[in-house]
Design a protein around this ligand. Structure first.
Ligand code: MSP
Length: 662
């Protein structure tokens, strides 16, 4: 824990409002948001900057093609970007647009200052120009005649231009990188920049353009506009008031603690940007972190390939926190990750719906059932508690260590190890068995208390990555904000005694995978074919009718008669007591392509908490009936008459819910 409020400044790149933002951009911003929220949680005074990079030829051309003025064109797209960040629950401190007046003025002052002090000079430029990247390249830099950054066609261009004497600062930058090994992270990015660009020698950088207009004019030579990267990179300081009206933010937050970027824009951020800052006499950011890319199985996402994954569509289908969790958990920080919707669904179903969601609902419903929602303030500790409490106490330190290195995926993996541990604790302590023994009430209350407290710790730890889920958990646990602070989880046992909770709602809904959907479709087709065949076969049987008598329990039926009974494997997703009948349980079951409610007279034999997650065999085409006001749409299959002999019929191994029993 830090003693005083230290400042922490984190930025994302500012996004081009040319293409629609996709899941890759979303990852960048969600990662920055998670780090910013974590730093706030542990007590820093955080400034988190994001925004849009709105100038340049590419945008000018896109606006022309759309028949709009460039500002009008970008305004509309920026609206969409702001909306996306709202949907993704991004809590930025400031959203900068490079068309904002204060930024434009500061950039003009920056350019003039660099010119007046001799870092920028006027000359002519001739070289290979890549319009989409807005970059000039020399012959040797070209990759097979194409732009080395994006691989697209370049063309020869010549213009009068201003140049920045990069070489003046190259050695200072090399020294800085060597003296500050984490300045460029990860290590691979540092080596790439040193070996490919800095050590071979830096060429002067062309920092103005005359071939188009949509940019910040050089105020002392108005036919030039400022090179878009000089304009864009400056945002990190103009947003803090550098050379404009509110320089106090600059004093408070600069130098940035971490500037998060994708690996494709490393060169701009780790060479041009620090050299610009050196020339301006400004301290360098502490760290530039180049994260990996979200790729698709076939490679990069691109508008031309038409394979861009839209985050808004995913949020509509799965929710904000499922998407946040997925990108944060699946992407190794620093390395690339492959996106697949199946993996997203699998993470949702196993980590979120099953492991975390069920843990919360099981716990709150047990507290409700056994103690009317309010645990008595009595404690009876036992062996399994020691290990659980130890793990819970160590966890915040482990998570902090990973988060301080921006290894969000590892931080989450450790939180989920604890989620599994807590689930195992329920199996070890068997609260439903304790509940039956009057002498075990203190032990039962202790077990449930430990569960509530563990859930509170989990809620705090996941709050930077999944703020909405943490808030839902806080509500379900019925605790106030003070118990959601980092300090409050450094010691186990802050969950208030005799606090009242109610059974929680569903945190994450289970989603059917495409594979499951396909399986169901396949099964339906298979069944159809079988039925057709069965008809043929039954005709054959009819032709050879058997007349002798065979022993039978009930009256013999034909295969067609048996086929009328639709037996399926169902997964129990919820189980609770019937509100008006002690003997009845009300089950919600998943049948793959639908869910059904079953009212069953098994309350004396089965604890509802033991049933959730189990697969059983049910009759699904029985005529629905009402039992004390609740409709039963199917019937379970079981043997036995009493507690000792009662057993449900279950499949031998886990199968897809809805699978037909035949
Ligand atoms: N406008 C420049 C940045 C200027 S910062 C002074 C830019 N914009 S961008 O919209 O093209 O990209 C913004 C960020 O999104 C970059 O860091 C880029 O690496 C990142 N990503 C774009 N596609 C991505 C993935 N598929 N995966 C992860 N990040 C990706 O560059």
């Amino acid at each position: 824990m830090i003693q005083e409020k230290e400042s922490f400044y984190i930025s994302t790149p500012i996004y081009y409002p040319s293409d629609k933002l996709h899941i890759g951009h979303t990852y960048s911003t969600v990662a920055a948001d998670t780090i910013a929220r974590f730093k706030k949680l542990v007590g820093y005074d955080v400034f988190f900057l994001t925004g849009t990079d709105e100038h340049g030829q590419k945008i000018e051309q896109a606006a022309q093609a759309a028949g709009k003025g460039p500002k009008e064109y970008v305004d509309k797209i920026v609206e969409g970007i702001v909306h996306l960040w709202e949907v993704m629950n991004i809590d930025y401190s400031k959203f900068i647009r490079t068309t904002d007046g204060y930024h434009v003025k500061s950039v003009q002052k920056i350019f003039r200052k660099l010119y007046e002090q001799g870092d920028i000079y006027k000359s002519n430029y001739e070289g290979w120009y890549c319009t989409p990247c807005e970059a000039y390249w020399t012959n040797t830099q070209l990759d097979d005649g194409k732009c080395p950054d994006c691989g697209r066609q370049v063309h020869m261009a010549k213009e009068e231009a201003y140049f920045f004497k990069m070489s003046n600062y190259a050695q200072r930058l090399i020294d800085h990188i060597e003296a500050n090994p984490k300045f460029i992270s990860p290590e691979s990015a540092k080596n790439e920049m040193l070996n490919n660009f800095l050590l071979p020698g830096l060429e002067d950088l062309c920092v103005s353009r005359t071939s188009f207009q949509w940019g910040i004019p050089v105020d002392f030579d108005e036919k030039h506009v400022v090179y878009v990267w000089v304009d864009a990179l400056s945002n990190y300081i103009t947003a803090l008031g550098y050379l404009n009206d509110e320089p106090q933010l600059m004093e408070k937050y600069w130098p940035a603690n971490v500037q998060l970027i994708g690996k494709d824009i490393l060169r701009f951020h780790t060479i041009y940007w620090p050299i610009m800052l050196m020339a301006l006499g400004i301290e360098l950011p502490k760290q530039i972190y180049g994260h990996g890319w979200i790729l698709l199985k076939g490679g990069k996402m691109s508008k031309s390939k038409g394979n861009v994954i839209d985050p808004i569509e995913l949020v509509d289908k799965y929710g904000t926190d499922t998407l946040r969790y997925y990108v944060l958990r699946e992407m190794p920080f620093g390395g690339d990750g492959i996106y697949s919707e199946e993996n997203l669904i699998a993470r949702n179903n196993s980590d979120l719906a099953n492991d975390l969601g069920n843990l919360l609902s099981r716990t709150t419903s047990m507290v409700d059932k056994y103690f009317g929602g309010c645990l008595p303030d009595v404690k009876h500790f036992d062996t399994p508690d020691t290990n659980l409490i130890q793990m819970a106490t160590e966890l915040p330190f482990i998570v902090a260590e990973y988060m301080n290195e921006y290894e969000i995926s590892n931080a989450l993996a450790n939180i989920w190890k604890f989620v599994s541990r807590v689930n195992k604790y329920i199996d070890e302590t068997e609260p439903w068995v304790l509940a039956k023994d009057e002498n075990s009430q203190a032990r039962l209350a202790t077990v449930l208390y430990n569960l509530l407290e563990s859930l509170r710790i989990i809620a705090v730890l996941i709050s930077p990555a999944m703020p909405e889920t943490a808030a839902k958990m806080r509500e379900a646990l019925h605790i106030n904000e003070e118990l959601m602070t980092w300090q409050s989880i450094e010691v186990f046992g802050k969950y208030p005694a005799e606090n009242k909770v109610a059974p929680s709602g569903v945190l994450f809904a289970r989603v059917m995978t495409e594979e499951e959907e396909k399986k169901i479709e396949k099964r339906v087709q298979k069944e159809k074919r079988k039925m057709e065949k069965a008809e043929v076969k039954s005709e054959e049987i009819v032709a050879e009718e058997v007349t002798e008598q065979y022993p039978s329990f009930k009256e013999t039926i034909t295969i067609e008669e048996f086929a009328k009974i639709d037996l399926r494997v169902a997964q129990i997703i919820k189980a609770e007591k019937h509100p008006n009948a002690d003997k009845l349980l009300v089950l919600q079951v998943d049948l793959g392509n639908c869910q059904k409610q079953i009212v069953s007279g098994i309350a004396e034999f089965k604890d509802p908490n033991d049933l959730v997650g189990k697969q059983i065999v049910v009759v699904v085409n029985l005529k629905p009936a009402k039992f004390r006001g609740m409709v039963s749409e199917a019937m379970i299959t079981a043997v036995g008459e009493d507690k000792e002999t009662f057993a449900m019929i279950v499949p031998e191994k886990e199968v897809a819910p809805g699978e037909m029993v035949k």
